[in-house]
Design a protein around this ligand. Structure first.
Ligand code: IPE
Ligand code: IPE
Ligand code: MG
Length: 234
């Protein structure tokens, strides 16, 4: 089983448009998939799940869609936190929070504090997140932490300041919705992640689709630069 799955939840808008509904109806429906996938990770024994909910580029969308997404996020934090806590799930939010309003910041803070000591699953929501932002932020923090360093820095020095510094790097990256791109998700952390793309739109990503992604992951040989022979493979 992957120890960490990272998902770009894409295709909500197209799911809605296909049904002649407004795009935001797709986001609402997508939240149901989030609930199910969180549950599946608990059931299948995946200890870390990171979901891309809103990219630093998604501010470019129409203002009413952006504000709907922010409200949906706030409401979901309120509605879900008790159930998450009951199921032993630790919730965290990564991304540049400086553009969030006070109500959302307070809800994030409370959700993180309430669930901080849970160990069943670490659920990380990437909101106003960008991989380049994450790296740049880590570089700034690293330089501030070692103002007098002369001898240069290691990968570990930098990684210690990234958003997911205390989690294993993702084993499996899933993107729904048919596009085959990273869209500025976890750039540093995906260096050796297995990629899985599916045409399935996020609101339609069900148990079978999830298990298919896991099965694909399990069929891969992860060599990390070595040869197959070194791994005792074929
Ligand atoms: C992903 O679905 C959700 C967010 C980016 C917030 P989209 O809204 O990108 O759906 P499509 O890609 O337009 O179908
Ligand atoms: C990526 O989806 C971001 C999220 C799923 C939150 P987009 O729909 O924004 O990505 P692009 O614009 O198609 O690359
Ligand atoms: Mg999209």
């Amino acid at each position: 089983m992957p120890r960490h799955i990272a998902i770009v939840m894409d295709g909500n808008g197209r799911w809605a448009r296909k049904r002649l509904m407004p795009r935001v109806a797709g986001h609402k429906r997508g939240l149901e998939t989030v609930r199910r996938v969180v549950q599946l990770c608990v059931e299948r024994g995946v200890p870390n799940l990171t979901l891309f909910a809103f990219s630093s580029e998604n501010w470019r969308r129409p203002a009413d869609e952006v504000s709907f997404l922010m409200q949906l996020f706030l409401r979901a934090l309120h509605d879900e936190i008790r159930r998450l806590h009951k199921n032993g799930i630790r919730l965290r939010v990564i991304g540049d929070k400086s553009r969030f309003d006070a109500a959302l910041l307070a809800a994030i803070e409370e959700a993180e504090r309430t669930t901080a000591s849970n160990t069943q699953l670490t659920l990380t929501i990437a909101a106003n997140y960008g991989g380049r932002w994450d790296i740049l932020n880590a570089v700034s923090e690293m330089l501030a932490a070692h103002p007098d360093r002369r001898e240069g820095f290691s990968e570990e020095d930098l990684a210690a300041h990234l958003s997911l510094h205390d989690l294993p790097e993702p084993d499996l990256f899933i993107r729904t919705g048919g596009e085959q791109r990273v869209s500025n998700f976890l750039l540093w952390q995906l260096a050796y992640t297995e990629f899985y793309f599916t045409d399935c739109l996020w609101p339609e990503f069900d148990d079978a689709a999830f298990d298919k992604a896991i099965a694909s992951f399990r069929s891969r040989e992860r060599r990390f630069g070595r040869t197959s022979e070194q791994l005792g493979g074929a």
